[in-house]
Design a protein around this ligand. Structure first.
Ligand SMILES: [Zn+2]
Length: 103
């Protein structure tokens, strides 16, 4: 009978978090050369987060499109506007708006 794991061990989650940070760092670096590789990194980071039930930190959530999951770089493939105390990210890839409240 297979055992059911409701929660992953803390140590594994810690490693997974480091891997996610690593992937986002590299996504940023590689973007200038090939943005499709950045998109792949985002995909991998999301998969790790899902597998280990990790919530992505808000700083990383703003770095990719919620709709098409592409890595976003303001001025390159997304537009950033501030409207009514909110930062609005507009993905140029799929024309999706994301709103983030400002403290
Ligand atoms: Zn998008």
């Amino acid at each position: 009978m297979p055992k059911r794991y409701s929660k992953k061990p803390a140590q594994q989650q810690k490693i997974a978090k480091k891997r996610i940070e690593f992937l986002f760092r590299h996504a940023k670096e590689v973007f200038k050369e090939d943005s499709s590789i950045s998109d792949k990194y985002v995909k991998m980071a999301r998969r790790i987060a899902m597998k280990y039930k990790i919530r992505l930190p808000p700083s990383l959530k703003k770095r990719f499109c919620k709709n098409c999951h592409r890595y976003l770089v303001p001025g390159a493939n997304c537009r950033v506007r501030i409207h009514k105390h909110r930062v609005i990210y507009y993905c140029l890839g799929c024309r999706h708006y994301m709103r983030h409240p400002v403290k």
